[in-house]
Design a protein around this ligand. Structure first.
Ligand code: GLC
Length: 522
């Protein structure tokens, strides 16, 4: 049985700041369902303690982790109610108000990386694959290859590194080398140096056996100057032959309008009229004017530049974007937290449009599901979007997405075609408030004057499948291919530099096969 240790610093429902947690909560579940012995490793944050399992009833596995000359204790707890999960406890590092953003993040996550690797000697689980996610786990790929390989227990373990967001890179000063137990030779362009500092993300990109990201379009975008965040050259050159995009899915059990305990009235594609009841009840509960024909626009998102909120600061024809938008017969609902400047903008906005706009500067799963069910359209005008989950959930709830054509949004939303009646939403390409407005207006006209087409778009969206089934298969194929290649390596028993060319070719072929496979199965 294929064994995989899935490493993530956030996993739903335990701890979440963004989409990574949803992926880490759902993908391992599906991998297990498809026969992989996958287990999760994550930090045991203060906010989780006492909430998910009874740790006082457990004898954790205790050992010390060495970071440079410092020694830190760790206790590993275990729970298998959802997916077997190892929780790494060290209150000095993880008993804090939030997950990230501390001065010692380099130490907190270097500690996590080493603790995860060391734990393999203690927990009785030697994986075939360690699947790392985002910068916090990048050093695992490096340490595994350069520092742990001499030990028989690690010799055959291979690593996969998944980029969920290239913008977050884990950049630190030279001190991070000491903490990771690495010499100054690692501060080199072909290793983990970046802009004069040390990059945890680069440790993942350079040293993983294979790199993935969360949509095929994002792979190509990352190789460009606009999206590559300074690492596009590396991705074009050395990483390109061992990188592939595999689309995220969503947890279709949790997000199911026909069986969702949080929404006012359940519905499915054959009972679409019940969706409208959700809108009316939502309007009632949250003090909006009750009107079933007023197009309700929803946004559920981190409120940051990435998500396109700067477009809503712009003016169109000399008027503020949101004023212009509210000239239409629409209602507006926003849920999320983020940058202070935007939060203030939306506070002002909801004050002005009291009975037609609701802004919740908060995050709440239950409310999110009510919003997905109540709204007619869902906005995601992202500047960049590695995959995006909101648009997938929206389509599943028959809520028509209006998105910018980028990354995963481009791969999952198809612009509606009035002739062929195909398509699941509305897309715009140029990143501007003007075009965002035009697309909302197009959706608005369709909603008001072409009922049948609008219904068709809703149905098209609801009928597509967004689960993890297909993508989990692709990950399993990838795991197997990587193991197969490394078996070849071992068999050949040659100097790695001699065999590198052959492997690169083989990996390239795997990439092409996978690419074709993905394209054929879109
Ligand atoms: C990040 C990306 C988002 C992606 C998610 C899960 O949050 O911004 O696009 O869907 O990770 O991979």
């Amino acid at each position: 049985m294929l064994k995989c240790l899935f490493v993530s610093t956030e996993v739903a429902p335990y701890a979440k700041t963004g989409g990574l947690a949803d992926v880490a909560g759902a993908l391992p579940k599906e991998l297990r369902a498809q026969g992989v012995d996958v287990r999760i490793a994550m930090p045991y944050y203060g906010s989780m303690q006492g909430r998910f399992f009874d740790d006082s009833a457990q004898e954790p596995i205790n050992f010390d982790v060495f970071l440079g000359w410092k020694q830190h204790p760790v206790s590993v707890f275990y729970d298998d109610k959802i997916v077997p999960t190892y929780f790494f406890k060290n209150d000095h590092f993880y008993y804090r108000g939030g997950l990230y953003g501390y001065d010692d993040d380099y130490e907190r996550f270097a500690f996590f990386c080493k603790a995860v690797l060391d734990s393999i000697q203690h927990i009785g689980f030697i994986p075939d694959i360690i699947h790392c996610n985002d910068w916090q786990t990048g050093p695992i790929c490096l340490l595994l290859k350069d520092k742990y390989k001499w030990d028989k227990r690690y010799e055959n373990i291979r690593s996969i590194f998944t980029i969920h967001n290239m913008k977050f890179q884990g950049l630190f000063g030279d001190y991070a080398l000491d903490t990771l137990g690495l010499g100054s030779e690692y501060k080199a362009a072909d290793k983990i140096e970046f802009n004069g500092g040390i990059s945890f993300l680069k440790a993942g990109l350079v040293y993983a056996d294979f790199v993935t990201t969360v949509s095929p379009s994002y792979v190509e975008e990352l190789k460009t100057w606009e999206y590559g965040c300074g690492l596009d050259g590396l991705l074009r050159d050395t990483v390109a032959t061992r990188m592939v995009g595999i689309l995220n899915g969503i947890d279709t059990e949790k997000y199911d309008p026909s069986d969702d305990p949080f929404i006012y009235e359940t519905y499915d594609v054959d009972h679409l009229w019940n969706k409208e009841k959700n809108k009316l009840e939502f309007q009632k509960e949250f003090g909006l004017k009750q009107n079933s024909r007023s197009m309700m626009i929803g946004i559920i998102s981190r409120i940051t530049d990435q998500k396109g909120f700067d477009l809503m600061k712009q003016t169109i024809d000399g008027r503020w974007f949101l004023d212009k938008l509210m000239d239409l017969n629409v209602q507006f609902v926003l849920l999320g937290t983020g940058e202070y400047e935007y939060e203030n903008m939306f506070k002002h906005f909801s004050y002005v449009y009291g009975d037609r706009a609701r802004v919740f500067l908060d995050f709440n799963e239950e409310l999110a599901q009510k919003i997905y069910a109540a709204c007619d359209v869902f906005l995601m005008p992202s500047a960049f979007e590695p995959c995006g989950l909101g648009q997938l959930i929206a389509m599943r709830y028959g809520t028509v997405p209006i998105v910018r054509k980028t990354g995963g949004l481009k791969d999952t939303v198809i612009h509606y075609n009035y002739q062929t009646k195909e398509g699941t939403g509305f897309e715009f390409e140029e990143y501007s408030g003007y075009w965002l407005y035009q697309k909302i207006k197009e959706a608005y006209d369709c909603y008001n004057y072409d009922h049948e087409d609008f219904k068709q778009i809703m149905k098209n969206g609801m009928e597509k499948s967004y689960g993890w089934n297909e993508s989990a298969k692709k990950y399993i194929n990838l795991y197997k291919s990587v193991l197969e290649i490394s078996a070849l390596w071992n068999q050949a028993n040659l100097d790695v530099s001699n065999i590198w060319k052959e492997c690169a070719e083989k990996i390239y072929k795997v990439k092409v096969d996978l690419g074709n496979y993905i394209n054929n199965n879109k």
